[in-house]
Design a protein around this ligand. Structure first.
Ligand code: PGA
Length: 256
């Protein structure tokens, strides 16, 4: 059981979000280095890397036969059509992805993605057979105003479609102010948000205890073990540190 809270043990998930970093050769070199670290499946942790779309096929080929999964960073909500520059969920699946990150705060900010749009993307991802990592998180102003829990609950309510479960959904709690900043919330603050997310999942998924709730935002090798010890933290969504194979591997080992 997990933390004495009555939850069955779930495998953790260490997911690397490469964002807009890496040409194909760099991505392949990073994947190959990670693969040398990760020869076999870790006992308690799944690994996933999410390269830029242009590197998916090459990185996927470099991962063939390894326990490391491949994911996309976003998809369009339509199955296909006249959407110049966009990528459908089926295209990600076709490129070898099992999973897609949706609703990342950088997309919510840079591309004005609403909860409703994120929800439509999640529906599209499931229709194409992709699992979803759904991102939520408050801004610094929202935290300072004491609204973090309410903001996260509202994002979850607005962007989570019905029909997902522990096998097809992970939630990533990423406070906007912690991303790329070197700052992380206190353990008690993370526990409070993850606990609230878990409660919000009740009634929205059939198996709330089985949904992995990841923490993201300045996860590094030196803080990963402490973050993973926080109740209801089931893994990490890692940005900057996932671009260094040894660092991402150290984080994955802290998860396992
Ligand atoms: P970071 O990014 O680890 O560089 O803070 C996390 C994320 O945006 O997913």
């Amino acid at each position: 059981m997990d933390q004495g809270r009555g939850r069955a043990v779930v495998r953790k998930l260490a997911a690397g979000n490469w964002k807009m970093n890496g040409l194909r050769a760099e991505g392949v070199a990073l994947a190959e280095e990670l693969r040398r670290h990760c020869a076999a499946t870790l006992p308690g942790c799944d690994l996933l890397i999410c390269p830029p779309a242009t590197a998916l096929t090459a990185v996927g080929a470099a991962l063939t036969g390894s326990p490391i999964g491949l994911g996309g960073q976003d998809c369009h909500e339509a199955p296909k059509g006249a959407h110049t520059g966009d990528i459908s969920a089926a295209m990600l699946k076709d490129a070898g992805c099992t999973t897609v990150i949706l609703g990342h705060s950088e997309r919510r900010a840079d591309h004005h993605e609403s909860n409703a749009l994120v929800q439509a993307k999640a529906v599209a991802a499931r229709a194409a057979g992709l699992a979803v990592i759904l991102c939520v998180g408050e801004s610094l102003a929202e935290r300072d105003a004491g609204h973090a829990l309410a903001v996260v609950a509202q994002q979850l309510a607005g962007s989570l479609p019905p029909g997902l479960d522990g096998a097809t959904l992970a939630i990533a709690y990423e406070p906007v102010w912690a991303i790329g900043s070197g700052r992380t919330p206190k353990a008690a603050e993370i526990a409070a948000v993850h606990g609230r997310i878990r409660r919000e999942l009740s009634g929205r998924v059939p198996d709330p205890a089985a949904v992995r709730i990841l923490y993201g935002g300045s996860v590094k090798p030196d803080n990963a073990a402490a973050l993973m010890a926080v109740p209801d933290v089931d893994g990490a969504l890692v940005g900057g540190a996932s671009l260094v194979a040894a660092d991402f591997w150290a984080i994955a080992q802290a998860c396992a």
